[in-house]
Ligand binder design. Structure first.
Ligand code: ADP
Length: 449
């Protein structure tokens, strides 16, 4: 590992200063027109697009993903700026027919106020843009706290917003002591909305802290996505889908397949095809154009993944595929791995793996697999493969998840309504309702008699 720079260690004082700056800036930003805000967001989209290569390289250096994936993340992030630039101009209220003669009724849509955002390291730019773009489009001002693992993508983004013409104080960034900054962002009375992406454990704790000042809250928390392969599935398609979902960002994504349920009649063929697909994956330095998979975020992540694998092996699980990574010497690499489980009480099935491990279970019938798929407190993403049209509808309706992919693993984009149910979160990001998370309804009655 190599030092790439240093950043300030901010704490309570700087976080408070940032909230005050955002509160002050809100007074004029909320009065701008949608068209004015759209112009700045559109300019930011152009700048992100023009700087794609520079931003991608920074991302690889701080986060480790492959340059191919980093470029895609920049594009994905830009798409949210473009989308919400368009949405900024279309914040409509309602005219409501009254029940009293002479009375006129309206619903006005107004920005909530100062938004505080805490984001994780796995998608260091996208997770920020997904929150900041709709907040700005709605007329809110923002304080961002990125992950301490990946502050540089966040810093570059703020510079781009400044260059795009965003007035001072509208977006503020605080890097440093997470608990100290988090305390301010969740308890300061001038923060109207708190939006968080990260682990379920930290998200729940911060949600509790928001109660005292009754903040509007959006939470994008952990997942434990089932990936079901029915006996009538197109296996080529299912293998390609699993490989893409499982290995994207080295499996460090809250929507990646975590539990793979394969019908017992087809499991041998499926595993054989999956081995072939995994064997094509090139692992190494993310900056090398040839590599598909970079290192994990840090050594702690590797230790956690190895612990889950050890637990499964002790309970009788069998490793069917792993690559030789002995020459990749910094201790942060994990090989793409295929493991088949016999026991149902493995930690691999219950926890978010956050690594490139395809953890397979077999099943005998639809009822059994649905029970296992839904048998978790998580409810973010789910996937299944079948060629039966009737099963597509039945299974899609039965799965208790915010996102369902039927023969499809590409669910996340600016047009999607992204978010979880159960303990995976509250609220949605993106899509046609994404901007509503940053708006309040104000009901206006006028007696004109
Ligand atoms: P991950 O496992 O993805 O790192 P975390 O929930 O630990 O998930 O981190 C997500 C974000 O939450 C990061 O920005 C991190 O700094 C922040 N965070 C972690 N602990 C706290 C805390 N006690 N208070 C406020 N923010 C926190």
């Amino acid at each position: 590992m190599q030092e790439i720079g240093t950043v300030p260690l901010c704490g309570k004082a700087e976080a408070t200063q940032a909230v005050e700056a955002a509160f002050e800036a809100f007074k004029s930003w909320k009065k701008t027109t949608g068209k004015e805000r759209a112009k700045i967001l559109r300019k930011a989209f152009d700048l992100i697009t023009q700087n794609q290569e520079k931003l991608a390289r920074i991302m690889v250096m701080e986060q480790g993903k492959s340059i191919l994936e980093a470029r895609k993340e920049i594009e994905y992030s830009g798409a949210f700026l473009e989308w919400f630039a368009e949405e900024a101009k279309r914040i409509y209220g309602d005219i409501v027919p009254s029940i009293k003669t002479g009375q006129r009724l309206f619903t006005l849509k107004q920005p909530v106020g100062v938004v505080a955002a805490i984001t994780p390291w796995n998608f260091p730019l996208a997770m920020i843009v997904r929150k900041v773009a709709p907040a700005l489009a709605a007329g809110c001002t923002v304080v961002i706290k990125p992950s301490e693992e990946t502050p540089y993508s966040a810093l570059e983004f703020v510079k781009i917003l400044e260059e795009a013409g965003l007035p001072k104080g509208v977006v503020n960034l605080v890097v440093g002591d997470a608990p100290a900054i988090g305390e301010v962002l969740t308890t300061h009375p001038d923060v109207a909305k708190f939006t968080f992406t990260g682990s379920t454990k930290i998200g729940k704790m911060l949600y509790g802290k928001c109660a005292d000042t009754v903040k509007k809250v959006t939470l994008e928390l952990g997942g434990n996505a089932p990936f079901i392969v029915y006996e009538d599935a197109d296996l080529e398609k299912a293998v390609a889908g699993l490989t893409a979902s499982k290995l994207r960002n080295g499996g460090q994504s809250c929507i990646c397949a975590n539990r793979v349920y394969v019908h017992e009649k087809i499991v041998d063929v499926f595993v054989s095809k999956l081995k072939t697909a995994f064997a094509q994956i090139k692992i190494g330095d993310g900056l090398n154009e040839q590599n598909d998979l970079g290192p994990m975020i840090n050594k702690m992540a590797v230790t956690k993944i190895n612990g889950l694998l050890d637990d499964a092996k002790q309970k009788g699980s069998e490793v069917l595929y792993t690559a030789d990574i002995s020459k990749l010497g910094n201790g942060c690499f994990v090989s793409p791995t295929i493991i088949i489980n016999k026991a149902q009480d493995t930690q691999l099935e219950q926890d978010e793996i956050f690594g490139p491990i395809a953890s397979i279970y077999t099943f005998k019938n639809d009822e059994e697999v649905m029970k296992r798929a839904n048998g978790t407190r998580y409810g973010l993403a789910s996937y299944f493969y079948t060629t039966s049209q009737s099963r597509i509808w039945e299974v899609a309706e039965e799965l208790e998840y915010g996102l369902v992919g039927a023969n499809d693993v590409t669910l996340s984009s600016e047009v999607a309504s992204f978010g979880g149910i159960k303990e995976s979160g509250i609220g949605r990001e993106g899509g046609k309702n994404g901007i509503d998370e940053f708006l309040e309804d104000k009901f206006l009655g006028i007696d004109s008699k």
